[in-house]
Write a protein that binds this ligand. Structure first.
Ligand code: ATP
Length: 273
């Protein structure tokens, strides 16, 4: 990992919702052509990390550096325009609009020219032929896996350098998850920096270059994926064991694995679009 400079560094971020602090000085790093995986149990703060990097949540301390520039004070639309794309959990699409219209809307952050956008959509159809075949179908009529592909395609329409994906495997059958992860690997091969938030730890680890684990808003593991011996170690870290170097030294606050997903306010206007 030392051979490539990071494209995005979220350094010691604190953030939350009103009086509720969720992130407590947490850091993640994204490299071009690499997949950084962010793991942790429900409520650990993974989505909050992505929201803070995207600019939807304000960092109360720490900073976000992108291409060597401090962007902590910049707006979410500016970050999206500059190449930081965010696919939110739950595949937020325009269900009544067609596949093609959803793609075009995804590209508006960077270009308003229909010709340019059509050209880009053509590129997306090459990558996802299934979307090309369904370009006139309403997004709401697609299967869950197809919607996930469309959500990723929509994010790619802005030609990002960093792609943040929040639980793309959510609610999908294992075979479809495999397809989604294969696409993520292809995007890595094309040089994109990927920050992947997942609950499906085993599958995410299989494609990860770097792994960060959050527990109650703090980083408890941060290391190259090839230095993560076992997924059970990661799972223990979810529960607050913390330091991999001292297995068995259990501490911190336990987080129930099956805690229901908290409601997250819809982003106003979904500014990544
Ligand atoms: P999950 O896997 O369940 O999505 P997560 O690790 O992504 O979990 P977050 O969604 O970042 O966790 O939530 C972290 C904490 O922030 C939770 O305790 C949650 O209740 C709280 N939280 C999330 N969104 C809001 C909100 N809009 N208002 C208030 N609190 C929130």
């Amino acid at each position: 990992m030392t051979d490539v400079e990071p494209i995005l560094v979220a350094d010691s971020l604190s953030s939350g919702y009103g009086d509720i602090q969720v992130l407590w000085g947490a850091s993640v790093t994204v490299w071009p052509g690499r997949i950084s995986v962010l793991l942790g149990s429900n409520g650990a703060g993974k989505s909050t990390m992505l929201r803070t990097i995207s600019g939807l949540n304000r960092a109360t301390s720490g900073r976000v550096t992108y291409r060597g520039r401090d962007i902590t004070g910049e707006s979410a639309p500016k970050r999206a325009r500059d190449g930081i794309a965010y696919v939110m959990e739950g595949k937020r699409l325009f269900h009544a609009r067609t596949v093609e219209e959803n793609l075009m809307l995804g590209g508006y952050t960077r270009s308003r020219s229909r010709r340019t956008l059509r050209g880009r959509a053509g590129g997306i159809y090459e990558k996802f032929p299934m979307l090309g075949e369904r370009r006139s179908v309403r997004a709401g009529a697609l299967s869950g896996g197809q919607q996930q592909m469309l959500a990723i395609g929509q994010a790619l329409m802005s030609e990002p350098a960093v792609l943040m994906l929040d639980e793309p495997s959510g609610g999908l059958a294992p075979a479809i998850v495999k397809d989604v992860f294969r696409i993520v690997e292809e995007l890595r091969a094309e040089g994109l920096g990927v920050l992947l938030v997942e609950q499906a730890a085993e599958q995410a680890l299989a494609i990860a270059d770097h792994v960060t684990v959050l527990n109650v808003g703090k980083v408890v593991i941060d290391r190259p994926a090839d230095q993560v011996e076992d997924v059970s170690v990661i799972r223990s870290a979810y529960l607050g064991m913390g330091d991999l170097e001292t297995p068995g030294a259990r501490g911190g606050q336990a987080q129930p694995e099956d805690q229901p997903t908290p409601p997250v306010d819809p982003a106003p206007g979904d500014e990544t679009r």
